[in-house]
Design a protein around this ligand. Structure first.
Ligand code: SF4
Length: 722
């Protein structure tokens, strides 16, 4: 029996009966789940789904009231005279009123029409409500009938000149008396309506793994559910409203800025899946705003609506702010703030509520890039002041027998507190994912129970944590929906949350009590024998700790090596890792880099190659791990210092940036690089879905951004051999 996807019309006709497909089967065309498929009982149904047409609101009136409904079946019959035909279901009140009045308006809907419009004109009846009490963007034409003044591109006014009874429907033949064109927007089609409005449960396109490379509309590929997405949209609207209210009364209240920072960070991919805590944070923000005497509301529909290029620029600003908020959050925890960064959070977030020209939006994005550099500098200063400058360190992938805890995420302060509290308790601590660079910091590595590293990057956690005899602490954005096999061992802290998982709060002084987590580790007992684990290429150790200070301290050696031709090129291969197999590009790229080149790296993208032995260059390993994603600041400092030493610009150095992106911190780092005028960046594994064609073409034209192709092609192009 064939099944059809009611969203896109795809027909499943595979060898395996539809009912035996796995529960997580999704439509290969539009990505919706199994429950959006229907059995095809009549052949015509499948064919009818292939017919596409526009969508319209038909309006008419009688002596006492106005009414209207959505219709789809409209066609032009002749030009001269201007005759159209349209069909209306007899159950509609509009149908009965039109039979009497014979006069109508047709509003041609555009593809920015919101779901609310359809709720009013499609699911409600004029017998129960006055639809124009709920939808008020209307005007009257010269025939005295209302038409929509928003979300349309044209209006046609006419008279019914013939009527044909077709059973359930009536076919009206209408003569058009007057028309009006309002704009050049695209007319909404029925297939887009089904995909984007009728069955849309949510909208999110902020990360690289977004569904079909376009947007998550039924559920997040990351595991985010529609109700969580909805709460995040409300939280974002509250964040914007609070910033705008603060701007109006000219306050830079620290607590309110802290709420804005956490409101943004909470919405970063893989941070918070807990709708209740998101709603609570939005409520806190609203209460602060009301104290400022502000009562504005910002509609969630506005966040990702409107003109495609403006939506793209607004989204880029929002996502860049979310990424920057993660860095500001960590710096604030260590007591580092700057008034410039704080002021920008208020200004930048408030700007999301306003209309701007394309040039103004681009100016805001470049400004975000500049302030983000300062924000990353703050965090760098905070980390190196509190934990010391990282030093090169070899990190083992061996997990010793006995109780242990795995810590993942980016928050070094959480790790430090855990190390203090596990000291002398016989519980070892292992880093996971982005926590690896912690092994380079003197004030962290001095704890002997900080033994080594477990696992690879975030996207492998559901396999790596399966049946692990230890609890895991998530400190920042790396959380995937936990599998049952380890769900009872999940601990979250700070803005990270998942429903029903253990959460550790800080007290008023920022201290956290990890006793429950430590006791859990002791109760689980860990492995009974030492276990040797490996990276994705089979290596059993990794190096880290080549922070900016180590590299700059060795600048004379590096400069001499470049001058002598021993180092011909530097690559910065870094960024986020992710699940898609195309990310093997980065492994292959590093493997193919010539022996007389050095590979700087940072962030979790390095797990694609950081267990490889690619040899040494002078006194250094060829792969130099500079740290977490926030240590992009250190890489920029090194690039600027090298440019100074060679008396040239950064773009003139034998240096190429080959970036992998996944979430929003990559967005603010990219904007920082662009704001510094850095060109020729290679970016992959795909271009952000939120870059419109126009925005992408501006970036390509101004900054010569290259989407990655193959390691062979890109290396040949970079090294000038093609
Ligand atoms: Fe989809 Fe990414 Fe948004 Fe999750 S964060 S819903 S995967 S776009």
């Amino acid at each position: 029996m064939k099944h059809v996807c009611i969203i896109c019309g795809y027909v499943y006709d595979g060898a395996l009966p539809f009912g035996e497909l796995p529960d997580d089967y999704v439509c290969p065309i539009c990505g919706v789940t199994k429950n959006k498929f229907e059995v095809i009982t009549h052949n015509f149904k499948e064919a009818f789904l292939k017919i596409n047409y526009g969508l319209y609101v038909l309006t008419t009136k009688d002596e006492t009231r106005d009414n209207g409904c959505v219709m789809d079946a409209v066609m032009q019959l002749t030009d001269e005279p201007p005759i159209i035909a349209f069909s209306i279901n007899k159950v509609n009140l509009t149908h009965d009123m039109l039979l009497n009045s014979r006069e109508f308006n047709i509003s041609v809907l555009t593809n920015d029409a919101p779901k609310e419009l359809f709720r009013v004109f499609s699911t409600k009846s004029g017998r129960d409500v006055n639809k124009f009490d709920e939808f008020t963007d209307v005007k009257r034409s010269s025939n005295g009938i209302l038409y929509l003044s928003k979300f349309i591109n044209a209006r046609l006014s006419g008279k019914a000149v013939d009527i044909i009874d077709t059973g359930t429907h009536t076919l009206f033949k209408g003569e058009i008396m007057e028309t009006e064109i309002f704009n050049d927007k695209e007319t909404l089609t029925y297939s887009d309506y089904r995909k984007e409005i009728k069955y849309r449960q949510m909208f999110c396109f902020q990360c690289q793994q977004t569904a079909k490379g376009s947007s998550c509309t039924m559920a997040g590929v990351c595991g985010k559910k529609p109700d969580t997405a909805h709460e995040q949209d409300i939280l974002t609207c509250e964040t914007i409203a609070l910033a705008a209210a603060m701007q109006d009364v000219n306050t830079d209240d620290t607590r309110m800025i802290g709420l804005i920072v956490d409101g943004l960070f909470t919405c970063v991919t893989n941070v918070n899946f807990d709708s209740a805590s998101i709603a609570a944070l939005a409520g806190e923000m609203k209460a602060e705003r009301i104290k400022l005497g502000d009562t504005r509301t910002i509609e969630a529909d506005r966040l990702f609506g409107g003109d495609e290029d403006i939506r793209s620029l607004r989204s880029t600003l929002l996502f860049g702010l979310r990424g920057m908020a993660a860095y500001a959050h960590h710096a604030r925890i260590l007591g580092k703030r700057s008034s410039e960064v704080d002021k920008w959070f208020v200004k930048g977030v408030a700007a999301l509520a306003d209309e701007h020209s394309i040039d103004e939006w681009l100016g805001l994005l470049m400004y975000l890039g500049k302030v983000n550099l300062k924000c990353m500098a703050l965090l760098d200063e905070a980390n190196t002041t509190v934990y010391g400058n990282p030093v090169p360190s070899q990190v083992s992938l061996l997990v010793e027998k006995g109780p242990f805890i795995v810590v993942t995420g980016h928050d070094l302060c959480d790790l430090k507190m855990l190390l203090e509290q596990t000291a002398g308790k016989g519980v070892n601590v292992y880093t996971h994912g982005e926590m690896l660079p912690a092994h380079g910091y003197p004030e962290l590595k001095k704890y002997t129970q900080l033994k080594g590293h477990f696992g690879t990057a975030w996207q492998n956690q559901q396999n790596e944590f399966k049946n692990l005899p230890a609890p895991i602490l998530w400190t920042t954005n790396c959380l995937m929906p936990p599998k049952e096999s380890y769900a009872d061992r999940v601990y979250t802290t700070s803005v990270v949350r998942y429903p029903a998982m253990s959460h550790i709060e800080s007290d008023v002084n920022g201290r956290k009590d990890f006793t429950k987590l430590i006791n859990h580790a002791i109760a689980l007992g860990g492995f009974t024998e030492d276990r040797q684990f490996a990276g994705i290429n089979g290596g059993t150790s990794m190096t880290t700790g080549f922070g900016r200070q180590t590299v700059l301290d060795n600048a004379p050696v590096i400069i001499d090596a470049v001058k002598a031709g021993a180092i011909k090129h530097f690559f910065l291969v870094g960024g986020c890792d992710g699940a898609q197999s195309v990310r093997s590009y980065y492994t292959d790229f590093v493997k193919q880099t010539p022996k007389d080149t050095a590979v700087l790296t940072l962030a979790c993208g390095k797990f694609r190659f950081n267990d490889l032995d690619v040899g040494m260059i002078g006194p250094f390993p060829r792969i130099l791990d500079m740290g977490q994603c926030n240590d992009a600041y250190g890489a920029i400092r090194v690039a600027v210092a090298l440019a100074g030493a060679f008396n040239c610009g950064v773009n003139d150095l034998p240096l190429t940036l080959v970036l992998s992106w996944y979430e929003q911190k990559a967005v603010c780092i990219l904007l920082t690089l662009l704001s510094l005028g850095i060109k020729n960046i290679y970016i992959g594994p795909s271009i952000p879905a939120f870059f419109s064609e126009t925005v992408l073409s501006v970036l390509v034209e101004k900054f010569n951004i290259h989407p990655i192709t193959t390691p062979e092609n890109d290396l040949a192009l970079i090294l000038g051999k093609s």
